[in-house]
Design a protein around this ligand. Structure first.
Ligand SMILES: Nc1ncnc2c1ncn2[C@@H]1O[C@H](COP(=O)(O)OP(=O)(O)OP(=O)(O)O)[C@@H](O)[C@H]1O
Ligand SMILES: O=c1[nH]c(=O)c2[nH+]cn([C@@H]3O[C@H](COP(=O)(O)O)[C@@H](O)[C@H]3O)c2[nH]1
Ligand SMILES: NC(=O)CC[C@H](N)C(=O)O
Ligand SMILES: [Mg+2]
Length: 513
């Protein structure tokens, strides 16, 4: 994909995905590898730069994750971050111990060697973000101290001859004001990279890889939800194999208002991808009748999805490949990021059975969500599709709390549509990561038109997030909330109250079930 492969070695830091994203933002291609990756792999893949991530362990502990010290002798430049720096120092003969003073949060870094290639262009004193209890007490032979903080005299160390560097702070977080400069200094000045990772190069190599995998005559299916990932995967594969790709869109009756029409229209008119639209609402709702347990609902939807899918696959016949919109966080989280070579053997559709006999095609498996969006834009997908909020596979079944009935789905759909319409009208859609309405299974007393009501509340949920793993509630202007409330109560039957969920994740999750 690029001749400038950079590897982030994962020692269990919360931030290793963030390190990889920052590197890619500088247009350098990067993968996350486990510390157990054999040294030969670094040579075989022609790795040009290595970043050792932070991690919760202490290097001197028995069980601490390590790396083959031969990595430091490959002649490839290394940047150790926090634990990564401590590990490098420890392995090369430095002294690492519990510091007298831990350092958590903001600290001021004083640059001592301003002409070090790693620190070029930094302010003499610059704010960094720290999170460590151990410190490099004395650096290994060959290393010099390049910068310090009050609590940590060895905040940055380096051996310019061997191109080995360590920073105790976290350059990848925004609280380290000049962190991007430090990472780019490492990539461009220390390693001599140029940054040739562009969306066009990503698309070209993904298209070529799909052609190689599927061959001249192979046929493929894609389960298309209309969400960002499966849509971008579909368009990419369509570019590679044309109408040997068929998309299957399942309307399970748990979609938002207008969604099925929108998805089918976009794909038929805009992309000319043959699309099978399966209207399966009745069978999903029949299976969900009387079911209130959230996990049971998810299982039922997942299982029914596969049944529908299998039936369609059998009907089409002679299909050898299944396209999935698996993205990099899915891969990393499933522990399959070992050198990019391990193929994820399971899928994210909810359980495609082995005997379906389809080989997986996953053209987005090395991309982050924002990169997937960029690829989608470059492929000509309309903004309203690329910028869509994520929508969960089980759909409204997990937003109608308790039993899912056609009546309660109708209430939720109408309220949800008003909520999103007003968000768009206020110009806030793109500032929010995900927004939706929830219908609880309680009722409360109200007064409307001088009469007593006893009806449902609607819960509004809107969050900001980078990746869905953590989230904060969105700060709406009160006027917008007020308009949403008055429209929902005024227009949606059986609703007499509107509440706004201000729970962060953690402790809450984004969805209610
Ligand atoms: N209604 C549907 N019809 C067909 N396939 C679906 C449907 N809903 C979900 N899927 C499949 O399940 C996968 C996982 O859904 P998921 O919501 O994680 O991804 P997405 O819909 O592609 O993107 P996004 O995260 O932006 O919603 C999808 O990529 C798609 O293959
Ligand atoms: O495709 C999906 N199938 C699911 O079963 C599912 N459950 C949650 N989500 C989405 O994941 C993100 C995090 O959700 P939670 O904070 O509720 O776990 C949010 O974006 C949720 O919408 C799902 N997506
Ligand atoms: N964030 C880290 O990498 C911490 C490293 C090590 N556990 C310390 O406390 O110093
Ligand atoms: Mg989706």
């Amino acid at each position: 994909m690029s001749s400038e492969l950079t590897v982030v070695v994962d020692f269990g830091a919360q931030y290793n995905q963030l390190i990889a994203r920052r590197i890619r933002e500088s247009r350098v291609y990067c993968e996350i590898w486990p510390p157990t990756t054999p040294v030969e792999q670094y040579r075989a893949r022609n790795v040009r730069a290595i970043v050792l991530s932070g991690g919760p362990a202490s290097v001197y502990a028995e069980s601490a994750p390590r790396i083959d010290p031969a990595v430091f002798e490959l002649g490839i430049p290394v940047l150790g971050i926090c634990y990564g720096m401590q590990l490098m120092a420890y392995e090369l003969g430095g002294d690492v111990r519990r510091a007298e003073r831990g350092e958590y949060g903001k600290a001021m870094l004083s640059v001592e060697v301003p002409d070090s290639p790693l620190l070029r262009g930094l302010d003499p004193v610059t704010q960094v973000w720290m999170s460590h209890g151990d410190s490099v007490i004395s650096p290994p032979p060959g290393f010099q101290v390049l910068a310090r903080t009050d609590a940590t005299p060895t905040a940055v160390i380096g051996d310019p001859a061997r191109r080995l560097y360590g920073v105790q702070f976290h350059p990848e977080v925004v609280h380290t004001v000049q962190g991007k400069q430090v990472l780019e200094n490492f990539l461009f000045r220390v390693c001599g990279l140029r940054g040739d990772w562009t969306v066009d190069s990503v698309i070209d190599s993904a298209v070529a890889a799909v052609r190689r995998q599927v061959g001249e005559t192979g046929r493929a299916l894609v389960a298309l939800s209309g969400g960002v990932d499966s849509s971008v995967a579909a368009v990419l594969v369509h570019r590679a194999i044309g109408d040997r790709l068929t998309a299957i869109f399942v309307d399970h009756g748990l979609l938002r208002a207008g969604e099925a029409e929108q998805v089918t229209r976009t794909f038929r008119d805009h992309f000319h991808i043959p699309l099978v639209h399966v209207d399966a609402a009745d069978r999903f709702l029949a299976r969900l009748r009387g079911v209130t347990d959230p996990e049971e609902k998810r299982r039922i939807v997942g299982r029914e999805f596969i049944r529908v899918f299998e039936e369609e696959a059998r009907r089409l016949g002679e299909v050898g490949f299944l396209v999935q919109g698996t993205i990099y966080p899915d891969v990393v989280e499933s522990g399959a990021s070992g050198g990019g070579a391990v193929i994820k053997t399971h899928h994210n559709v909810g359980g495609i059975p082995e005997d379906l006999g389809l080989e997986l095609v996953e053209p987005l498996r090395l991309l982050f969500k924002d990169e997937v969006r960029e690829v989608g834009r470059a492929l000509g997908l309309p903004d309203e599709l690329v910028g869509r909020h994520p929508f969960p596979g089980p759909g409204l079944a997990i937003r109608v709390l308790g039993e899912v009935t056609p009546e309660r789905l109708a209430i939720l759909r109408q309220a949800d549509a008003i909520f999103l319409e007003e968000i768009r009208r206020a110009g806030l859609y793109d500032r929010i990561w995900q927004a939706f309405a929830v219908l609880p299974d309680v009722r409360s007393v109200g007064v409307m038109g001088d009469g007593r009501t006893y009806a449902y509340p609607i819960v509004l949920r809107a969050v900001t997030s980078e990746d869905g793993m953590t989230a904060d509630f969105f700060r709406f202007p009160y006027e917008v909330l007020e308009r949403i409330m008055s429209r929902i109560v005024g227009e949606v039957p059986h609703v007499n109250r509107v509440v706004y969920d201000i729970t962060t994740k953690p402790p809450g999750t984004i969805e209610w079930e």
